[in-house]
Structures are given as C-alpha cells and as structure tokens.
Ligand binder design. Structure first.
Ligand code: AVJ
Length: 338
C-alpha cells in the first residue's frame, strides 16, 4: 500500500503502485442506483431517466465518438481554450492538487498538467469517475507522461461518494465538458454548494460551461448526421435490458433532441414509435408506452456569462476569471469560495 492508501484503509483498493493508486468507493453495479431511477423515472408521467446511466463501457465509447463528430463542438472548443489559457489558470490557482470530477478519458487534463510542469512545481492528480477501466488506462498513461505526477484515482459517483479526498495543499477542482448543464438550476446549486463546502482558502474551481448560441448549431450538435448521438441515447435502453433484465426493443424508439429556448437547454428524449409494453423483470415492473410518448433522458443547459456568475454566487462561490472562445461557443470559469 502507498502512503495515501494507508490513510484510506476503510476503502477498497483496486490497485496500487508507485505513483498510481485506484481507490474503489463503489462498485459499478451499486453506484448508480439504476433500479431506483428506473422504478421512479419510468413509473411516472412524463417519463424520465437521469443521464448518468448512459456511461457503461459502450456508452463511454460512444460519447468519445460524439466528441469526434464535426457537429459536436464543445469538446474541441474547450480543449482549444485550455491550450490557450492553461498557463494563466495554473499561474492564478497554483495547485498542488487537482481533483477532476467525471474525468472520463482524462484527455483534457494533460493540457493543465503540462502547464503545471512548465511552472516547475509538482502536483497530485485525483481523477474521479464511474468507469474503473477508463481510470486505469488514463492514469497509467499520465504517470508515464509526467514522471513527477502522483495519481490517486477514485472510482465512484462524484455526486455521492465525494468525501475524505486525499488532498494536499491548494486544490484546483475541475469540472469540465459542460456537464454542470446536466443539472437543473436547483441541482446545480446543490452540487456546487456541496463542492464549495469542501473548498478551503486558496482552493479554486475550474468550470466548463457550454454557451447559448445559434439554434441551428446547438440542434446539430445533438443530432449528428452519422447518428452517433442517437446510438448513445438509445444505449441507455440496452443498459436497462442487461442490468435489470428488461425487454426494450431499442429499434422501437427514436432519438429526439432539440434546443428549448425558454429554458435555454437541449432536451434529449427517446420517443416510442408505437404503443407498447416493456417488461423490467428484475423489478417486476411493466412499463406502458403510448405511440409518440417520450422519455426525457438528458437536459444540457446552455449558459451566458452572467448566468454562470449568478449560479456560482448562489452556491457561495465567486467568479474570479472568465475565458471565452472567440466564437462565443464555450466558457471556462475560475471561481473561489466566497
Ligand atoms: C457530457 C454532459 C457534457 O451535455 O453535451 C453529448 C453529453 N449528450 N451529446 C452534453 C452529451 C449528447 C454531454 N455532456
């Protein structure tokens, strides 16, 4: 066991070596409470499912493919912003510890770590994600690339298992991709307030937010011509089939996504192509669909700078610096407590 591992002996350690340890806070079958979300979300009208269930192995791979479609601009816009401003962000926040929530493939963080390297300081990286395999692959890659880096990966639900992190010194919490947009305004404030309660003097938050823009651009980003987003959306039905022994005919639903101007959000739905009844055997549940009935599977809110500042303020945070793409497509905020 490494030193940091010893301090967390109440948790399971999946893996531990020199500069990389993987801490398992919840097993993939437990952390997402899929059964409860299906019971509640498909048991009421209108039907809905939380977006976190998209990301099994197949779904995570599909999401990476979405990022490579020509229509889906957020990932590459944010990456360009990071490349341009990582040095400024690191100079401003001087992190000795970087915690990334929903780190995924950790592609973007290496841009920040390269900027840390240029300041000739070191830091510890704590990626937090549901996907064990993704954490393992990306962490191995990072310690190889940065010979000074210590990675303490945590497999769990950052919305739930977020406690007793092995922090050391000024910490930069990182929440990228615009994923904060998956939360309703109330949920976002709850989440950020909780994060705020873990922040000490000198800690910062680096937050990525997708911005309101031309509706055609927004609609295209969630309706790519190659149909990757449609496959990603429908995959949640396969997840339910496999994990809860359900009988969804994936081809009997179609992908629907559109920008709702009034709520400044993309809504993604699965629309039943016929009247049908689906069995969820593990729950002893029969779910009836009318023809054309929809399941809301994701919201993705789009912001403006004042809306971000307001959201941060209501969560006890203060917008300290704002970096925006020259086309106005995406924003990066640096915030601090109070
Ligand atoms: C990973 C939540 C930022 O909301 O744009 C991409 C997920 N859904 N295409 C987003 C997603 C459909 C994505 N986030």
């Amino acid at each position: 066991m490494t030193q940091s591992a010893a301090r967390f002996e109440n948790f399971d350690f999946g893996f531990s070596h020199d500069r990389f340890s993987l801490e398992i806070r919840s097993k993939p079958e437990q952390h997402t409470s899929l059964a409860n979300d299906v019971l509640v979300g498909l048991g009421r009208t209108p039907k809905s499912l939380p977006p976190k269930h998209f990301y099994d192995e197949v779904g995570s791979r599909l999401f990476d493919q979405i990022c490579d479609t020509p229509e889906y601009y957020p990932t590459r816009t944010e990456q360009t912003l990071l490349e341009r401003f990582a040095d400024d962000i690191v100079r401003k926040t001087q992190p000795r510890c970087i915690v990334e929530l929903g780190s995924g493939s950790s592609r973007k963080i290496s841009t920040v770590l390269a900027a840390v390297e240029r300041t000739r300081t070191r830091c510890r990286y704590i990626p937090f994600d549901v996907s064990h395999s993704m954490l393992e692959v990306s962490s191995r890659d990072l310690v190889k690339r940065f010979p000074w880096l210590e990675v303490h990966a945590i497999a769990g639900d950052y919305d739930r298992d977020f406690d007793a992190l092995p922090l050391s010194g000024p910490t930069l919490f990182v929440f990228l991709g615009g994923t904060i947009g998956n939360f309703t305004p109330r949920e976002a404030t709850e989440f950020l307030s909780k994060l705020r309660s873990h922040m000490k003097l000198g800690d910062h938050l680096l937050l990525g937010t997708d911005l309101v823009k031309d509706h055609d651009v927004l609609n295209a980003a969630y309706n790519d011509a190659a149909g990757v987003t449609a496959a990603f959306n429908k995959n949640v039905l396969s997840v339910i089939n496999r994990r809860l022994d359900a009988s969804f005919d994936v081809d009997a639903f179609q992908h629907v996504a559109f920008f709702d101007h009034a709520q400044a959000r993309i809504e993604m739905h699965l629309e039943s192509l016929k009247a049908q009844t689906v069995q969820v055997r593990a729950l002893g549940m029969a779910v009836e669909f009318d023809s054309g009935e929809r399941i809301l599977t994701e919201i993705s809110r789009k912001f403006t700078r004042p809306r971000v500042a307001h959201m941060l303020k209501t969560s006890g945070l203060r917008l300290d610096a704002w970096f925006e793409a020259s086309n106005g497509y995406f924003g990066l905020s640096v915030a601090r407590g109070g």
